[in-house]
Design a protein around this ligand. Structure first.
Ligand code: AMP
Ligand code: MG
Length: 332
């Protein structure tokens, strides 16, 4: 029997935010919309423009359709996949070089050329276990080392490689929105794009890590300063067949869903791109290697395991409060 995760589970980015009280004249906006195949929600206080919600929607929509989307005809990534090469502007070149760094440092656990493999699993549609020969063929055309950035051009050295920003695009969107909100002089904002959240402004924020076993509660609450927080969880998109769960975060070595003993990896970083990419990478790597990878990028990672343990590094500058029964905190 197949069971597909509900939209509600996908949306469950699990964000709580504590807003400071600003004077009554400070404009406040609450908004939500659908973009990048996910739900976006925002709360913003302050800012010069009267059209902040519309502008945030336009920034994320444009980033997707002009640059990151694999399916929007004419986007940068669409053209790169179609033609095997494309000329990036400085911003896009920077995304590629930072993501290539995450690919390298993670030993390939994060791989942004895994598009053909993800397509076979089809988690965005009706997912199923791929034919093993097709999977092996798609895997043979993936590998981050097949992307070359030289002479102002990005080239796929294997024309069948398929670049996919599915694991980092939502974080990149947060970085773009943050630049906009800073320029606006916004005082405080919480913007959630799927499982990635931007917390922006002075003072503390409280963010919930979703209880991966279901129910409305959070597994834990984190108290953090301004940052981006991304969670990759095997409960977000999955199906079950013959009693086994198959989820959407793939191990690039096998082409199958990663089995590292964790149910979710939550990464906190100043950079949305890094929080998003590293949460996927840390999920694939599991606890010990994931801690090392996060350290390399000055980020913090918190894991929830299948046994209900919440693993974090001792001395992490983030306050963690357990929020539900059945979880235990394990510090390293
Ligand atoms: P996230 O929810 O951010 O962890 O991203 C998961 C999405 O990234 C999947 O739906 C795939 O499109 C893609 N993906 C899956 N596995 C990987 C991987 N190991 N490295 C990079 N992208 C991946
Ligand atoms: Mg990610």
């Amino acid at each position: 029997m197949k069971k597909i995760a509900t939209a509600a589970a996908i949306i469950a980015a699990a964000v709580l935010a504590v807003f400071i009280i600003l004077d009554a004249a400070t404009p406040k906006y609450n908004f939500d919309f659908f973009a990048m195949n996910t739900y976006v929600s925002g709360e913003v206080e302050g800012g010069k423009s009267d059209d902040i919600p519309q502008e945030v929607e336009s920034i994320i929509g444009t980033l997707d359709t002009k640059i990151l989307s694999r399916t929007a005809e004419g986007s940068f990534v669409y053209n790169l996949n179609k033609n095997g090469e494309a000329v990036p502007d400085a911003e896009v070149a920077a995304y590629f070089s930072l993501l290539a760094e995450v690919c390298r440092q993670s030993g390939g656990a994060f791989d942004f050329t895994l598009g053909a493999v993800s397509d076979l699993w089809n988690f965005g549609g009706t997912p199923s276990i791929p034919d093993s020969a097709e999977l092996a063929d798609a895997l043979s055309h993936s590998g981050y080392e097949k992307i070359s950035v030289a002479d102002g051009k990005i080239t796929l050295t294997d024309k069948s490689a398929v670049v996919d920003f599915g694991a980092s695009g939502k974080g990149i969107a947060l970085d773009s929105v943050k630049s906009f909100l800073d320029a606006q002089g916004a005082k405080r904002a919480v913007i959630s794009v799927g499982g990635s959240v931007l917390l922006c402004g002075d003072g503390k924020f409280t963010v919930g890590i979703k209880n991966p076993f279901g129910g409305a509660d959070y597994a834990a609450r984190l108290t953090v300063n301004e940052c981006c927080v991304s969670t990759s969880g095997s409960y977000e998109q999955y199906f079950e067949e013959s009693g086994k769960r198959y989820h959407h975060i793939l191990d690039p070595q096998t082409g199958y869903p990663a089995e590292s003993g964790v149910i979710s990896a939550t990464v906190i970083s100043e950079s949305g791109l890094l929080s998003d990419a590293l949460s996927t990478a840390c999920f694939v790597l599991g606890i010990e290697k994931g801690f090392d990878l996060a350290d390399e990028f000055g980020a913090t990672v918190i894991f929830v395991t299948e046994g209900g343990e919440i693993h974090c590094k001792d001395g992490a500058e983030i306050k963690i409060d357990l929020d539900s029964e059945g979880f235990t905190l394990v510090t390293h």
